[in-house]
Structure formats: structure tokens, C-alpha cells
Design a protein around this ligand. Structure first.
Ligand SMILES: [Zn+2]
Length: 345
């Protein structure tokens, strides 16, 4: 039987002779007595039938501020409550959309874990490495007992044990555009997350493949004390990463772009990384992904822009992607001239 429940994100506080229920729509206060406390307790836990609620004088007031839900089973998922609090429905079937994550290192592994924890059920991770001691030191995902094991296998185990999710894994290096094309063709994702950095040309390759296949994607990385969030690019909606390549060429006053950079992997040199950067980066990207699946594009902070953020200074700057008119991304926008755009303009 359907009943009325107090929406679970509410808190009820007592303040002198009042009991107060508040949310962003308003505040209701009623007399602080045993009978009212009992009614609120029943509303929260067992629910109250419509006919009984009508006997309760402040029922209409609670309805006015949208504090009640009418259901058989109130929403129990804590993650979803947050979105209910924002006035949004549960994500539902979008949680089973296929998400492909490149990288099971610090950022990638943490993000895969967070995606599973939130309830996304169809995740594929691509990685080739084994867990090392440094992974245990900088992430919350890997433990000492995992050292020497394949990262993909450990992640699979973790998501299965904690969330009952079957993580799909691809043990592969990503060396060139062909590798990317193969993996993306096999996984056929609704969204790609890039958490690897085999070299600057890789990001251009990913841009090329995803725009060709019209798959939305987001880059995530950290560089020394900077978090690099985005750009979150949606073919047909946003511009593309070629804009960033052109930016580099202009700033260096040369025709050499990202593809001309090659990192020398000198043994004994390590990129410094720290847990608070990794965890914050993955958490922000999770938020971007959730709002992407809600199609609330105006809430994706990195949509069409690279956000560079320092936790030391607690500030950030962003660089908008602005491509030339003849870029593939612009042609795609013309072709798909969209309803989707209305969401962000
Ligand atoms: Zn472009």
C-alpha cells in the first residue's frame, strides 16, 4: 500500500517549545510535544496512510514545502537521497550505461571505485600495470596484500565484494590511435574517461576517435600541484581538444603542437603525487559524470573547458575550447543542431 513518508533527507530539530522541519522550500514549526514527535517518527519510518494523515493538522504545511513523498517504498539509497534533496529523480536506467575508463592508476582506480559505489553497473577499465607500494601509499583503493597483482583484477574483486558489480577489464597498453580505436570499438561505451597520460599526442588521438564515433569523453589528470579537470567534450554539442593544440602552437609561436612533445622516461624520476589531489580529482570527475547522465549539462563545470585547480591556493582557472569554423567538431554541431544545446545556453 502506498503511504506518505517524510523525505529522508530531512532533519527534524527541537528548539525550545518547537519542532522544526526545514528544507529549501521553507520551514514548518509545530508544538514540541510527545504526540507530534510520534507522528513525525511514524512519518519517517513506517509512513502514514492518506486517510490518517488528513487527521494531522500540519499535513498540508508539509505538503506545501514538498517535504513528503507518496510511495510504497521510500528511497533508501543514501547516494540517491542527495539528488532527491536537489529535487531530482533517481538516475534509473542511466546507471547501466556503459562507461569506459582508461587507467587504473591513482585517479582512474579511485574513479572506478567511486562509480561502483554510486551504483553504476556497467564499467570497463583498461590498464596494464601491477599494483606497487606507491599505489598503496597514495590511494584508498589498493592494499598491501594487492602488491604485485594486476590492477584490473584487484579492482574487479573490490567492486564485486563491496557493491556486487561485475567490472569488465581490458589488460592492454594504449600506444597509438589504433589501440584506442580497437578498445573503444570493443567496449562500445556511452562515455569515455581518460585517466592515463602515455604522452601528449594521446589526448589528440582520443579526441579524434571519440569525435569520429560521436562518443562523449572527459580528461582527468594531475600535474604537480594542479588538478586538470576536463575538458568534458560532447560531439555535436561542444568544441574539441584541437582548440587546445592550437593554443599551444600559438603560445609557443611554432607549428609544433602537442604531438611534438615526447616525455623521456628516465629511470629514477617520478611524478610527485599526493592522496588529496587524487581523491579530490576523482570526486570532482564523478560529479561531472553524474550530471552528464542526468543531462544537466549546465552543472558540468568542465563542459567544453579545461579547469586547472590548485588545492594549495584553493583557486582555479579555466580555458574554454574554441575551435576554428572548419573544425570537424563545428561541422558536427551544424549537423546535429540541437535541442541539447538549449540546456547550456
Ligand atoms: Zn574542434
Amino acid at each position: 500500500m502506498k503511504k506518505f513518508f517524510l523525505k529522508k533527507f530531512h532533519q527534524v530539530v527541537s528548539f525550545g517549545d518547537k519542532l522544526i522541519i526545514a528544507n529549501k522550500n521553507g520551514e514548518i514549526s509545530i508544538r514540541n510535544n510527545i504526540s507530534n514527535k510520534e507522528i513525525l517518527s511514524r512519518l519517517a519510518k513506517q509512513g502514514i496512510a492518506e486517510k490518517d494523515l488528513k487527521k494531522t493538522p500540519f499535513f498540508d504545511d508539509l505538503l506545501q514545502i514538498n517535504a513528503l513523498e507518496f510511495s510504497e517504498q521510500p528511497n533508501e539509497l543514501r547516494n540517491e537521497l542527495f539528488f532527491q534533496y536537489l529535487g531530482m529523480e533517481p538516475l534509473g536506467e542511466s546507471k547501466s550505461k556503459n562507461i569506459l575508463v582508461f587507467g587504473g592508476g591513482g585517479g582512474g582506480a579511485t574513479l572506478v571505485y567511486l562509480l561502483g559505489q554510486f551504483g553504476f553497473t556497467n564499467i570497463t577499465v583498461v590498464d596494464f600495470d601491477m599494483v606497487e607500494k606507491s599505489d598503496v601509499e597514495k590511494t584508498l583503493v589498493y592494499d598491501m596484500q594487492h602488491i604485485g597483482r594486476q590492477k584490473t583484477e584487484v579492482l574487479k574483486e573490490k567492486l564485486s565484494d563491496n557493491f556486487g558489480i561485475h567490472l569488465k577489464t581490458i589488460e592492454s597498453k594504449v600506444r597509438n590511435c589504433e589501440d584506442l580505436m580497437n578498445i573503444i570499438s570493443i567496449a562500445s561505451p556511452a562515455l569515455v574517461i581518460n585517466a592515463i597520460d602515455p604522452g601528449p599526442a594521446h589526448k589528440l588521438n582520443l579526441n579524434k576517435v571519440c569525435f569520429e564515433k560521436e562518443i562523449p569523453f572527459i580528461y582527468m589528470a594531475y600535474s604537480y600541484d594542479q588538478l586538470l579537470i576536463g575538458p568534458f567534450l560532447i560531439p555535436g554539442l561542444t568544441d574539441c581538444y584541437i582548440s587546445y593544440d592550437n593554443e599551444i602552437k600559438q603560445s609557443k609561436d611554432t607549428e609544433l603542437g602537442l604531438s611534438a612533445f615526447h616525455r623521456l622516461d628516465l629511470e629514477g624520476l617520478y611524478h610527485p603525487s599526493i592522496s588529496f589531489n587524487i581523491n579530490t580529482l576523482a570526486s570532482i570527475v564523478l560529479k561531472e559524470i553524474i550530471f552528464f547522465f542526468y543531462q544537466e549539462y549546465h552543472k558540468i563545470s568542465s563542459l567544453n573547458r579545461l579547469v586547472t585547480m590548485s588545492l594549495i591556493k584553493m583557486d582555479g582557472v579555466s580555458l574554454e575550447m574554441v575551435c576554428e569554423d572548419d573544425c570537424t567538431c563545428k561541422r558536427l554541431q551544424q549537423k546535429t543542431k540541437q535541442i541539447k544545446y538549449e540546456k547550456i545556453t
